[in-house]
Ligand binder design. Structure first.
Ligand code: SME
Length: 150
């Protein structure tokens, strides 16, 4: 399934007629619609020089968490760790920001431009423990593609 999505990601990235945010929006929608266990897909980016993340394009229900301080929640932890964070069961996490009561698991993969952690892709799932290494590799691929247009 992920292999089929990769060329679609590349063609969205290459479409210079659409603004960058529009292309990121299309990527979020593509992922949410085509991966059964992806129920909310969004990008967070560092907010200027501040030690906080700001919500970018996303697909799924609106969230109140448009600004997340570094260190807070799964997203804020990835902003400082620079590492993928896979959460099979959000109930087991102390430092977690709940966006919706239906969410059971989450994966956050940092996005690097020239080696700098500039943001992340965040996926929420209503399924318990759905993520494998294939998700991590695919989302790393997505972020590498996105890095080329930032
Ligand atoms: N759950 C995230 C907050 C962002 S929402 O999932 C959209 C966290 O703990 O950082």
């Amino acid at each position: 399934m992920f292999k089929k999505l990769e060329p679609l990601i590349i063609s969205i990235i290459k479409n210079v007629d659409t603004a960058v945010d529009g292309r990121l929006q299309q990527i979020c929608e593509l992922l949410k619609e085509n991966v059964a266990h992806y129920d909310w897909v969004g990008f967070y980016f560092r907010n200027g020089d501040r030690e906080e993340l700001k919500l970018g394009p996303y697909a799924g229900n609106p969230t109140d968490h448009t600004i997340i301080p570094f260190g807070k929640g799964i997203c804020g932890q990835v902003a400082v760790s620079n590492k993928n964070f896979v959460v099979p069961d959000v109930r087991a996490q102390d430092n977690y920001i709940a966006c919706s009561l239906t969410v059971k698991s989450e994966i956050v993969v940092p996005l690097f431009v020239d080696g700098r952690n500039v943001g992340q892709i965040d996926i929420d799932s209503n399924t318990l423990d759905p993520f494998t290494e294939a998700d991590e590799h695919f989302l790393e691929f997505v972020n590498k593609q996105v890095a080329t247009i930032l």
